[in-house]
Design a protein around this ligand. Structure first.
Ligand code: ADP
Length: 417
């Protein structure tokens, strides 16, 4: 009975009423044995009363404690369940709108408010988005219940391109709600554009010397076949063109290698004093040929920075070389190393006293193949990639390039670590 379970084991722990009644009967029996009849009668009546009025006999299953779960209203539509839905949508960093079949905004998440401004709940989608392409897309999805995507670009406050996706909220039967999501693809568009510009520019840069080589070869095979003097001159020009292609390929390879390790910070520590001395020595012949003096101004103590020695040599050779080439008429290039102070990292500045660079060019100097004057650059054996390489290396070194220039007075290129 109640005191044992299916295995016959005593389960008195599970039935306190039965246990109490049992104790009373036991004590009553003892009282009866001791001839305390009145006490035995009272105890027996108590035991019977307890057994009679104990709660309905529990089953095995409901003796196991069950956690109390408050009943939640079961909802049919996202609108009813808007609390849960909005909390979930708010946690997503993609701009999102939940709209109903009448194109009213039921909910907008924080990312949408930030991207497109705050909307009134239940306002029509057109109060926030006026693009006919998006509205057509929304109508198509509402009418057919399928997913549609469309590209949408904004010009103000800045140019942004979004991939807009309109999708029905999966529900049994006809969908009542729809989600508009906006994926910002501006950055990938810029990268795509840069990539295709880069390929076009690189091909163009290679095509020019190649066309020139082809022209000279044809001339040497034809009209200049028996003209050794012209032949010698042409071969000299051809060698220059081949060297130009070589420089270009070297710079392109350098850029692609740098791109591969763009996110890996250099692990070595480099003293800038001997490094800048090395750069000056390496460029001395070029400077002398251009009649430019390179003046080094270095502190007494070593200045260590985290860096890759070869890459830093490439940076400073490029900057000093440019200063010599483009600032040749100033006849002097000053290279100054300033050690780190409390608030600022070490700095190397390269100053020339040449013609300077107009303000509009300065932000674009580190773009690949950007030159202020294409012919001047080519005649000085430039590839248009030098400063792009410098920028890549400095980015990897967590350093900045700061360019200041004044027309007629010269330029200062500063590397700040
Ligand atoms: P390039 O191979 O043409 O020298 P860079 O990327 O090194 O390419 O430089 C880009 C352009 O920046 C140069 O073509 C030149 O017009 C300009 N420039 C760079 N340094 C200087 C400077 N010190 N003074 C004037 N113009 C400069």
């Amino acid at each position: 009975m109640a005191l044992t379970d299916d295995d016959g084991k005593i389960r008195w722990r599970q039935s306190p009423y039965t246990l109490l009644a049992g104790i009373l009967i036991l004590v009553a029996a003892v009282a009866a044995a001791m001839h305390a009849i009145a006490v035995a009668v009272v105890l027996s009546v108590g035991a019977v009363a307890i057994l009679a009025y104990q709660p309905a006999r529990s089953t095995r299953a409901d003796t196991v404690p069950i956690p109390v779960i408050e009943a939640q209203p079961v909802t049919e539509t996202p609108r009813d369940n808007i609390g849960v839905t909005s909390a979930a949508l708010s946690a997503i960093d993609l701009p999102l709108y939940l709209i109903d079949a009448r194109e009213n905004i039921v909910f907008q998440n924080a990312a949408a408010a930030e991207a497109f401004g705050q909307s009134e709940t239940n306002s029509h989608i057109t109060t926030r988005l006026r693009s006919p392409a998006i509205l057509d897309c929304v109508r198509e999805t509402i009418a057919k219940g399928n997913v549609n995507t469309v590209e949408y670009s904004e010009r103000h406050p800045s140019t942004r391109v979004f991939l807009v996706r309109v999708a029905p909220v999966a529900n049994e039967g006809r969908p009542t709600h729809f989600i508009l999501s906006f994926r910002d693809i501006s950055e990938s568009r810029v990268v795509e554009r840069m990539r295709s510009d880069f390929v076009a520019n690189a091909s163009h840069e290679l095509r020019t010397p190649l066309a020139s080589l082809q022209g000279f070869i044809e001339t040497l095979q034809g009209p200049a076949k028996n003209d050794p003097k012209a032949g010698e001159r042409f071969l000299g020009i051809m060698l220059e063109q081949v060297q130009r292609m070589n420089r270009l390929v070297d710079d392109l390879l350098s850029l692609s290698r740098l791109e591969l390790k763009a996110h890996i910070a250099p692990a070595d520590r480099v003293d800038l004093l001997p490094l800048l001395g090395h750069v000056r020595d390496a460029l001395q012949p070029l400077a002398a040929s251009l009649d430019v003096e390179i003046a080094l101004s270095l502190p007494a103590d070593p200045v260590f920075v985290a860096g890759d020695r070869d890459e830093l040599i490439q940076v400073f050779e490029n900057l000093v070389q440019n200063a010599c080439k483009y600032g040749q008429e100033g006849k002097r290039v000053e290279v100054t190393l300033t050690p780190a102070t409390k608030g600022q990292g070490a700095e190397v500045s390269i100053r020339d006293f040449g013609p300077g660079i107009a303000d509009e060019h300065i932000p674009r100097l580190t773009e690949r193949f950007y030159r202020v004057n294409v012919e001047a650059s080519r005649s000085k054996k430039g590839t248009g990639l030098g400063l792009a390489i410098v920028k890549h290396i400095l980015t990897r070194h967590r350093a900045r390039l700061i360019v200041k220039s004044e027309i007629g007075k010269g330029s200062v290129f500063t590397v700040r670590f």
